[in-house]
Design a protein around this ligand. Structure first.
Ligand SMILES: *Cc1c(COP(=O)(O)O)cnc(C)c1O
Length: 435
């Protein structure tokens, strides 16, 4: 019995190891993923993981939080500094949980919330069948300009003035171009609504001074995941310039006791390290991400792949979208690329039926992780050439897999952070020795 179950445990460990080997020789290009710095990674195996800390530093429900309090105060301070926000709550344990907290705080069942629709790039948490629906709110979609992959500004102004939503929400999982928030100010005023920006995908770009700066563009509250373009732990955050003192209290209450009990202290510590590193390296990192995305878009386009929005330079973020319906469709292409060690996801395009989510026309590509391992514009051309062999030439993915592994050998370090892997692992040994 013991031996059998030990075997099961080792089976799990073995597969995690295989996963490491697979990703270490692949090109990870899922737009919502990233890798943490070695210093941040260490925090995940610390004793912080074993503890509880409910409430706020200095006002806890359990004892033993002296050092947790010191860390949490520092993480809040770093978050406010990086995002130039008056208010930061670092306790949400994912982007969806951050969104639930805001919904819990600022909306009631039956309230209308204007938002992107899922086929135009919204995240499920802002849909009727996701968190917005769970709160009992009514999502009302913005009119969308497919040509430019953005909201239709005139239509959106009209919609907000007409609907007078409780919240005007902006944020996408396919976010190619900034939302023209400045053009909507009058409409926000007239509707007297909360303005909420879900920056999950683009948080690292925003913090690096790219894409847009929602808190300076009339937004009251910004949520996000901390593990997409911000290369931190899988976690969430709420940043705000509260409209009034009451809003501050509501947001606080929305998180705890609203939707978070203990808030996963090890990932909180990792977030703090990520924020400090992003204050130093974020600008350089964000700029390289956008340059790489544009370079990859251009190189794919030149090789006959239908990357959207060539007339706009393909993207202003880390994300590209390609229509691969003529190449076998999103599901087929994503699977073929996976066999070659190139990891992307199939994705709905605005003209797809929502029911075709399992076989949509598009693929979504992100360059934030390739940038993090040190790739530059010329490497994007190599990546495009390899992708073309699968998508256009129909070359055997197993053959292409070898080329991918060969290319990847040149990129083994994590960039835009304080320590090398080797330095960090010394500390890793230390932490392992404790308790
Ligand atoms: C990823 C994402 C989220 C939240 O995702 P989690 O996996 O819960 O962190 C929320 N909104 C948008 C727009 C996203 O892309």
């Amino acid at each position: 019995m013991i031996d059998e179950l030990k075997g099961e445990a080792l089976f799990i460990r073995e597969n995690v190891k295989k996963h490491h080997e697979f990703f270490g020789s692949a090109l990870p290009m899922i737009a919502s993923e990233n890798i943490m710095s070695p210093l941040a990674q260490e925090m995940l195996i610390s004793d912080f993981h074993n503890r509880y800390a409910e409430g706020h530093p200095g006002a806890r429900y359990y004892q033993g939080n002296e050092y947790v309090d010191a860390v949490e105060r520092k993480v809040i301070e770093l978050a406010k500094r990086l995002f130039r926000a008056e208010y930061a709550d670092v306790r949400p344990i994912s982007g969806t949980v951050a969104n639930l907290a805001v919904l819990f705080a600022l909306a009631k069942p039956g309230d209308k919330i204007t938002t992107y629709s899922v086929s135009d790039g919204a995240h499920i948490s802002t849909a009727k069948f996701g968190a917005v629906g769970v709160r009992g709110c009514e999502p009302v979609p913005y009119p969308f300009d497919r040509e430019n992959m953005n909201i239709d500004v005139d239509g959106t102004i009209k919609l907000i003035k007409e609907i007078k939503p409780k919240i005007a929400l902006f944020g996408c999982s396919v976010y190619l171009f900034p939302t023209p928030l400045k053009d909507l100010q009058d409409a926000f005023q007239e509707a007297d609504c909360y303005v909420w920006y879900d920056g999950a995908h683009v948080l690292g770009l925003i913090a690096g001074g790219k894409f847009q700066d929602p808190l300076r563009e009339g937004v009251h509250v910004m949520t996000g995941s901390t593990h997409k373009t911000l290369p931190g732990p899988q976690r969430g955050i709420i940043l705000a310039n509260p409209k009034h003192e009451k809003m501050r209290k509501k947001l606080d209450y929305g998180v705890f006791p609203g939707v978070v009990s203990n808030h996963h202290l090890h990932t909180m510590a990792a977030l703090g390290i990520t924020l400090a590193e992003h204050i130093v390296f974020g600008k350089e990192y964000a700029e390289q991400i956008v340059r790489n995305a544009k370079a990859l878009g251009q190189a794919l386009y030149e090789r006959g792949i239908d990357v959207l929005c060539p007339h706009l330079g393909f993207t202003e973020s880390h994300t590209l979208v390609a229509d691969v319906s003529k190449n076998g469709g999103g599901a087929y292409v994503a699977e073929a690329l996976e066999k070659a060690g190139i990891i992307v996801n199939k994705n709905l395009l605005p003209w797809d039926d929502v029911d075709s989510a399992m076989n949509p026309s598009g693929i979504r590509i992100g360059v934030q992780e390739l940038t993090r391992i040190g790739m530059k514009e010329n490497d994007m051309v190599d990546v495009a050439e390899i992708m073309k062999k699968v998508i256009i030439d129909g070359k055997d993915p197993k053959e292409v897999r070898k080329e991918v592994a060969e290319l990847r050998k040149n990129f083994t370090k994590i960039h835009y952070c304080f320590t090398s892997n080797a330095e960090a692992y010394k500390y890793y040994e230390l932490v392992k020795g404790v308790g």
